[in-house]
Design a binder for this molecule. Structure first.
Ligand code: NI
Length: 172
């Protein structure tokens, strides 16, 4: 079931999400719906549970349709990250981001170039990851959603770093 995406300036997007404590069938059913919602969106490379109004620390990132993964990356396409914790940040790089909750704009945001992080899978098993480049950017963007932050909050300047999308996509 595809879920409704909350759109900026919906104040609920500023809410902090809580850790998942119960790894049950209901959680796994929600993850399926969340993934379907991501795949239904235009160019969706990631989604976070609070974007559909569920304030738990769950994100899905899958850049495999957009970019080739660098050799040696421990991230293999689709990643389900529950209770993710970024533990190391290296380098800084500016890059363009979009968001299903901010459909009409993109923005230039500074992120760490590579990160290390841990997260649980849908059964509560913890895993360690390291990734870089566009994928590291996608993970940082989605983890921000769990803390109530949008890429709009990370712009150095709205005047120079915010761009209206050239192709306007009608939503709903
Ligand atoms: Ni987003």
């Amino acid at each position: 079931m595809s879920l409704e995406i909350l759109k900026y300036p919906d104040q609920r997007l500023k809410q902090e999400s809580q850790p998942v404590v119960l790894f049950d069938d209901a959680l796994r059913a929600f993850v399926d719906d969340l993934e379907e919602t991501m795949r239904a969106g235009p160019g969706g490379v990631g989604i976070a549970a609070p974007q559909v109004g569920r304030f738990e620390r769950i994100v899905i990132v899958d850049i495999s349709a957009m970019r080739k993964l660098p050799a040696g990356s421990s991230c293999s396409g689709r990643m389900l990250l529950i209770n993710p914790e970024i533990t190391e940040w290296d380098g800084m790089v500016m890059g363009r981001e979009g968001c299903m909750s901010v459909p009409d704009y993109t923005g230039n945001v500074i992120r760490a170039e590579s990160i290390h992080f841990t997260a649980c899978d849908e059964f509560g098993q913890s895993h360690a990851y390291a990734c870089e480049g566009f994928e590291a950017r996608a993970v940082q963007h989605e983890v921000d959603h769990l803390d109530g932050l949008l890429f709009l909050d990370r712009l150095v300047s709205r005047r120079t770093d915010l761009f209206r999308r050239k192709v306007y996509r009608k939503k709903d």
